[in-house]
Design a protein around this ligand. Structure first.
Ligand code: BES
Ligand code: MN
Ligand code: MN
Length: 452
């Protein structure tokens, strides 16, 4: 197996480069045709690696690529999930290379989607190619690669609910997360949920001269900032009443285990060019990003932001904000709690409108399953080290939905690094991680049907 992968390494990279050239940005409607082209690319590859069936399943949005390789209905079935859509690449001027013209430099491949998630889901197609080529696949494989993960997976949710039989499987395998480092492999066993909203604050009915009216009329940007400032106290706790009610507190042992993962605070600060970290009192950095909820602004705007100065007291101010959620918080409930609280702290001098965007539930995946044991062993064999179970701060809302609708557990076997700049300029993926990932996935499949 290792031979086949090493011999085909250049082609494996070449194929990923072609995939990365397609600007499949789900957030922008102008890329509709690119989404189709990208889905077709994935479908063609599924057929070429031996899928007995592959199709583009239309949705109200971008198509879902579905494929299956059914060897024998009595064998166990692994369902592979990934996403072919990517985040918008902006701000373009901060990229060292154009985001859709992949470049290999210092052992990394640079492009939007290199790690999240094209480079990661494509490893699975190549792993299955390897297994088929060596006549070594002894389970059934289903693929479901969607095109709307980065915008909330709403249509995938509908598809999953309507196709429980088609998606019948024993385990769902996803590579869309990270390992701790190349020296310390890990398996993700928890993800945070998300509530995403937008707020609009309206003051006077028109923009005003800030000299004529300033000091006497509420400035909606000032007011928005004051309201936002009230959302956290000086311990870094979120002040929305009831916000923490459902949060599961980890036991002392669980917290100890979580903090055993290596973490270098100096390297962390250096990577981010910050002099000090900041977060909720009483929790470590690992805990703050794994098992504690957050409140963050994602964007704030209003008034004049063009060149030079304009003395204006604006009519409106806006913000996009999100809360990361942990077990057992519920995104709908949190969205409601936020809305109620935010409206309640609005002064009479402004009007406030809250619009929910999307949400997703947190997930915890089990370590006492055959799939986890097989994955752990695969890491040990390929990386020479037993992987550490870790919880990650990002969200893949569909994981909770898989469990709820399909009653199937997920195994999060990601191979990215937190330094890969996903969602950020200069996203990249290590060629080492790409190749090691393929080898680890092949090992997983080789052992999945042998271990109890
Ligand atoms: N692959 C990420 C999720 C992720 C990143 C998990 C890092 C663990 C570590 C995924 O593509 C993503 O970006 N998810 C979004 C949520 C979605 C609803 C837009 C996120 O986490 O912001
Ligand atoms: Mn992703
Ligand atoms: Mn993402």
């Amino acid at each position: 197996m290792t031979n086949y992968i090493d011999q085909n390494k250049e082609r494996f990279l070449g194929e990923l480069i072609e995939l990365l050239k397609i600007p499949s940005i789900s957030a922008k409607t102008e890329h509709k045709a690119d989404m189709e082209r990208c889905a077709e690319f994935v479908k063609r590859k599924l057929l070429s690696i031996g899928c007995t069936h592959a199709e583009l399943c239309p949705t109200a949005g971008n198509p879902i690529v579905y494929g299956e390789l059914i060897k024998n209905p009595t064998l166990p079935t692994v369902l592979i999930y990934g996403h072919y859509d990517v985040q918008p690449p902006e701000p373009l001027e901060l990229w060292d290379f154009p985001p859709f013209e992949p470049v290999i430099k210092d052992g990394n491949i640079y492009a939007r989607g290199a790690c999240d998630d094209k480079g990661q889901f494509y490893m699975h197609l190549l792993a299955v190619e390897t297994l088929v080529a060596q006549n070594n696949l002894d389970c059934n494989v289903k693929f479901m690669i969607e095109g709307e993960e980065e915008i909330g997976s709403n249509n995938l949710g509908i598809f999953v609910k309507a196709n429980t039989q088609k998606l019948k499987s024993d385990i769902i395998l996803i590579s869309d997360t990270a390992i701790l480092s190349n020296d310390c492999p890990s398996i993700t066993v928890g993800l945070r949920g998300l509530s995403y909203l937008e707020v609009e604050v309206t003051g006077p009915n028109k923009d005003l001269h800030s000299g004529i009216y300033g000091g006497a009329v509420a400035n909606p940007i000032n007011t928005l900032c004051e309201m936002i400032a009230k959302m956290k106290n000086d311990k870094g706790e979120i002040t929305i009443p009831g916000f923490y009610d459902d949060v599961v507190q980890l036991t002392a042992e669980e917290r100890k285990a979580l903090n055993e993962a290596p973490f270098d605070l100096d390297a962390y600060k250096k990577f981010l060019d910050i002099d000090e970290i900041k977060g909720e009192e009483g929790y470590t950095t690992v805990e703050r990003t794994a098992i504690r909820p957050t409140f963050d602004l994602n964007g704030i705007w209003g008034g004049y932001t063009g060149e030079g100065a304009k003395t204006v007291l604006p009519s409106k101010a806006y913000a996009k904000l999100s809360m990361r959620l942990v077990p057992n918080q519920n995104s709908e409930k949190i969205t409601e709690l936020f809305t109620k609280h935010f409206l309640s702290i609005a002064p009479k001098s402004v009007k406030v409108k809250v619009t929910p965007h999307h949400g997703g539930e947190p997930a915890v995946t089990p370590t006492d399953t055959k799939a986890y044991r097989v994955a752990s062993k695969a890491f040990e064999e390929i990386w020479g080290k037993k992987p550490i179970p870790t919880r990650e701060g990002g969200s893949i809302p569909i994981v909770a939905l898989f469990e709820q609708e399909l009653k199937v557990k997920t195994l999060l076997m990601g191979f990215g690094l937190n330094s890969d700049n996903i969602h950020s300029p200069n996203e990249h993926y290590g060629i080492f991680n790409y190749i090691m990932g393929i080898k680890t996935i092949v090992k997983f499949f080789e052992n999945y049907n042998k271990v109890d």
